[in-house]
Design a protein around this ligand. Structure first.
Ligand code: SF4
Length: 497
């Protein structure tokens, strides 16, 4: 545990997340200096935020201290002061640890949004890159990556609508199917094993239909830009159930304007020819077939029961069924994997040539079996934690693989506790970019999310052009969601009213 003291409580979150980025394997506690911590507390750093001074000191061996004098005016401008505090803390930690972070002071999940804002305010590409480097202290490579992606996203969004206000008049529909063939060790999503929840499916679909009725009546007349059915694994439903559910959506909701209809067929052990035919016939034009890794031993270890051979077979079936936009997800840093395993997975990806490749760096998420095991047992830590992976090199290898099959980065996001403190990146061939991914990540329009454990988003463009974003969620528990479906719909009504 690393203890840190701070004199201003309003910066606890920012100080915590930045120190955590430098010490990802440690628990961090930031305690106001006017409060007592635990008896045995021995703070490692003290952060002081004053009206004319910001300072960071190492407390343990009193060997390190960094401070900067600032003007009083800055102290009154809280966002600007917070940014300066983070830069000073970042510089101090870089000096102290001898390490820098690829994303500088950025600890949030949407770095491309900052580059996008910069472009929207009239900056050219060079200025946006400088802004990411000077203001957020990003590396040159990440500043260029964020700006390139923002430029590509802006071009794609322009294909839907000319400006932010027009984009926000449209909406996208998300439907969550929280069932999977088995639970993967690293997963923290809503996911119930299908074998033990078969009886719940009919009730769940009925509840979904009620939500879809609400969407049809409340959003009738608005432009629907994309539909995304995710989960879980939607293709754990039978062909008849998929047909019934998607058919219901098409009957009720005006889909005449949609540009993309995605269904995650993530697990190869849930895919067959009949389901693919149903999806294709109902107008689904983008699917995911997700290997995560092509290493059989890893797949067994993480409890992902689909084999690499099944993934290849499912992928070929999907091509035969006529899908010309197939996404693949892979994860860098899975338990027990080293750089050779990553190279092996990338060679398989290059052979299959998906249209879209999403590369995740493993994130240790609360609620996942992996996080539990690593907390419980030191031995398990040694076996499951990956120390053999150079994440920068692994990311470079994925970039090269993506480029070799004609894919370029088009969206990016970060997560808490992400391996190597890096990012997840979506690559796609020209014209195959996942539109829903961009709309969702850039928060430019309403995302109406139906299903248990989903979060709907309302984007309201303000007179000054900024976006005010509100969210509402649904119960994560399956039974509660079904029982309280009317209340779930009421929540949405209230927010979208
Ligand atoms: S298939 Fe996806 S959603 Fe299902 S358990 Fe595995 S990681 Fe989670």
């Amino acid at each position: 545990m690393i203890y840190v003291t701070i004199n201003d409580e309003s910066f606890i979150y920012d100080v915590h997340s930045l120190i955590k980025a430098f010490y990802p394997a440690e628990d961090i506690r930031v305690i106001p200096d006017n409060q007592d911590g635990p008896k045995d507390m021995c703070p490692k750093f003290a952060v002081y935020a004053g009206s004319d001074l910001i300072s960071v000191k190492e407390c343990v061996s009193d060997g390190y201290s960094r401070s900067i004098t600032i003007s009083n005016g800055l102290y009154d401008d809280r966002p600007a002061y917070k940014s300066e505090l983070k830069r000073q803390l970042y510089n101090a930690l870089t000096e102290y640890t001898g390490h820098s972070l690829p994303w500088g002071t950025l600890t949030g999940i949407r770095p491309t949004k900052l580059a996008m804002n910069c472009l929207l305010h009239g900056a050219d590409e060079a200025k946006a890159v400088s802004y990411m480097k000077d203001y957020y202290l990003c590396s040159d490579k990440k500043a260029h990556l964020a700006t390139d992606i923002a430029l590509r996203e802006r071009r794609i969004l322009h294909g839907i609508a000319d400006n932010a206000a027009a984009l926000a008049t449209g909406y996208s529909l998300y439907i969550g199917i929280p069932f999977c063939p088995s639970r993967c060790m690293y997963c923290s999503f809503m996911s119930y094993p299908i074998a033990t929840h078969t009886k719940a499916i009919a009730g769940y679909i009925e509840a979904l239909k009620k939500e879809i009725d609400y969407v049809a009546s409340a959003f009738g007349g608005r432009r629907l830009d994309s539909i995304y059915i995710g989960g879980g694994t939607p293709t754990t439903l039978s062909a008849a159930q998929l047909s019934g559910l998607i058919g219901y959506v098409i009957d009720r909701v005006d889909i005449s304007t949609i540009r993309e209809f995605t269904v995650e067929a993530g697990r190869a052990d849930s895919i067959d020819r009949e389901k693919l035919t149903v999806l294709k016939e109902l107008g689904v034009d983008r699917i995911s077939v997700n290997p995560q890794t092509f290493n059989e031993e890893t797949l067994r270890l993480i409890g992902r029961k689909a084999t690499a051979a099944q993934t290849i077979e499912a992928y070929e079936l999907a091509r035969e069924a006529g899908f010309d936009n197939i996404n693949m997800d892979i994860i860098l840093g899975l338990p027990g994997e080293d750089m050779d395993d990553i190279r092996y997975t990338l060679r398989n990806v290059a052979c299959l040539k998906p249209d879209d490749l999403t590369v995740h760096s493993l994130a240790l998420k609360r609620g996942s079996r992996l996080a539990e095991i690593l907390t419980e047992s030191k031995d398990a830590c040694d076996k499951l934690r990956n120390t053999d992976i150079d994440y920068e090199t692994a990311m470079t290898l994925t970039e090269e693989t993506a480029a070799s099959i004609g894919l370029k980065p088009y969206y990016l996001y970060r997560q808490k506790n992400i391996s190597g403190n890096l990012e997840n990146t979506g690559y796609a061939a020209a014209g195959r970019e996942g539109i829903y991914n961009i709309l969702m990540m850039e928060e430019v329009q309403d995302i109406v999310a139906c299903g248990a454990g989903t979060v709907s988003k309302h984007v309201a463009i303000q007179p000054d052009g900024s976006a005010l974003i509100t969210r509402c969620d649904t119960h994560k528990d399956l039974k509660l969601y079904i029982n309280d479906i009317d209340m779930m719909i009421e929540r949405k009504k209230k927010m979208y009213a």
